[in-house]
Ligand binder design. Structure first.
Ligand code: ATP
Ligand code: MG
Length: 438
């Protein structure tokens, strides 16, 4: 046995399927998120922040026992002291509905909410399918008509428009009706599938009596073939469900939102009723669903609250980012504005003031740290990507001035300026104005 110190230590790495989002990428995310939140706010939606860990039974009750998520994808563990079963949230709707019930939000006026954050599913990691991934979600409580379903779709359509993605994403729509309608359809569907049991794969057979609707969106070619002639849920919908669906379709026509009715669209979670939808793209390979959602009128009661109609959606941030990279308008990266180099004690305290003034005017400013001569500092300034550098030595400190140098514009040269002039000049160049606002 080698000595302990000689044994090869495995380098520490992030957990499989859970990624670091490095600064370049993170800046891009922030820009995209801010843009999306601004659209939501423009429609009167308000943010809610929810815990990442919830009690396990919440997901069993909300999502359903015979679903991919609950059967095999949850990160669950026991609380070390109480032994309570806990789970890293695999999605946001269950926790949001729980919070709405717990804080009585459902009894107040209709609520339009949005949230963002990491979700966790124990899946086989591949491109755009991770174990920690991120969703931005919207949920609305207290509204039962198709107008709010349509509002969500219109809001998303305008988002895609802003991002330059409306040609890349297609809306698929379906109605799952009401539980009673589904029960009648289910009986006929099981009877039909039993007649073709030899063509069903193991997954479909297992689901046959537990969750036959899910068989309809199987990827297995034989199963798909059988399902093409299976009883269609749409034919079992009652007058009210049909009217809701028609109502939604009418608003989408008026709003000129392109969609396709996909009778096979059933969604992977049990809580949906009536409207379900997905925005899909052919541009990302197998992971083509970028955003998905629908109505879940029964969920709040199922979790112990008073009857509260509700609907919502979640968009997968990683997939949206991949698509924006391929097809979208480039979200411009914001370069650093100014790098302040300084040498000597008096220069340092003057540089502190200068940097503070620039930041107050909205210019991103790095104040050099770590000492060293001007040559080395200017190398760092250049590598920082900053547009301008400011150089402050003893002379500048004594005269309360600075050398302003453009790092990417040969015509600008180097200028010795006092603080007000420097701020004005930099502001005008960086924000491409004539500086009159100041
Ligand atoms: P899929 O069929 O791709 O597994 P899903 O039906 O399980 O998706 P939802 O629960 O509807 O997905 O989640 C909404 C969105 O979140 C998806 O459309 C997708 O963009 C994203 N998403 C879901 N699971 C993952 C994952 N493991 N990694 C990355 N994004 C994901
Ligand atoms: Mg899934």
């Amino acid at each position: 046995m080698p000595e302990k110190s000689e044994r090869k230590v495995k380098p520490l790495q992030s957990v499989r399927g859970m990624n670091d989002i490095l600064p370049r990428e993170a800046e891009f995310w922030e820009g995209l998120e801010q843009m999306i939140f601004a659209v939501f706010k423009g429609y009167g939606y308000r943010p809610i922040r929810l815990p990442i860990v919830e009690s396990t039974p919440l997901f069993h009750r909300a999502i359903g026992e015979v679903t991919d998520i609950v059967e095999k994808e949850m990160f669950s563990f026991e609380d070390r002291l109480s032994g309570d079963p806990l789970t890293l949230r695999p999605e946001g709707t269950a926790g949001c509905a729980r919070a709405v019930i717990e804080h009585g939000l459902a009894h107040q006026a209709a609520h339009r909410l949005y949230y963002a954050g990491p979700m966790f599913r124990h899946e086989r990691p591949q491109k755009d399918r991770y174990r920690q991934f991120h969703q931005i979600g919207v949920e609305t409580f207290g509204l039962s008509g198709p107008d709010i379903d349509a509002e969500h779709l219109m809001m998303l359509a305008s988002l895609w428009e802003d991002m330059g993605l409306n040609e890349s994403l297609d809306l698929q729509l379906n109605s799952l009706g009401e539980p009673e309608e589904r029960r009648r359809h289910r009986a006929d569907l099981i009877a039909y599938l039993e007649k073709h049991i030899d063509k069903l794969d193991a997954d479909a057979r297992r689901r046959l009596h537990a969750n036959p609707l899910r068989i309809l969106d199987s990827k297995h070619p034989d199963v798909r073939e059988i399902c093409a002639d299976a009883p269609r849920l749409m034919d079992y919908l009652g007058a009210e469900s049909l009217a809701h669906f028609e109502g939604l379709r009418n608003i989408l026509e008026v709003a000129r939102i392109r969609y396709e009715v996909n009778p096979r669209l059933v969604r992977g979670l049990d809580y949906y009723n009536r409207t379900v939808f997905e925005w899909v793209t052919g541009r990302l390979g197998a992971q083509g669903t970028v955003c998905a959602g629908g109505r879940y009128d029964g969920l709040v009661t199922q979790l112990g609250g008073k009857p509260t109609p509700a609907c919502g959606f979640a968009l997968g941030v990683e997939r949206l980012m991949s698509l924006v990279r391929l097809d979208g308008l480039i979200v411009q990266e914001l370069p650093l504005d100014v790098y302040v180099a300084h040498q000597g004690e008096a220069a340092f305290s003057w540089a502190l003031q200068v940097a503070g003034n620039l930041r107050k005017e909205g210019m991103s400013t790095v104040l050099h740290c770590g000492g060293g001569g001007f040559r080395a500092q200017m190398k760092k300034a250049d590598a920082s990507g900053a547009q301008f550098s400011i150089i402050i030595g003893d002379d500048e400190a004594a005269t309360r001035t600075m050398q302003v140098k453009a790092l990417r514009d040969a015509n600008f040269g180097q200028r010795q300026l006092a603080l007000p002039e420097a701020v004005k000049c930099l502001y005008a160049h960086i924000f491409e104005t004539d500086g009159k606002e100041l």
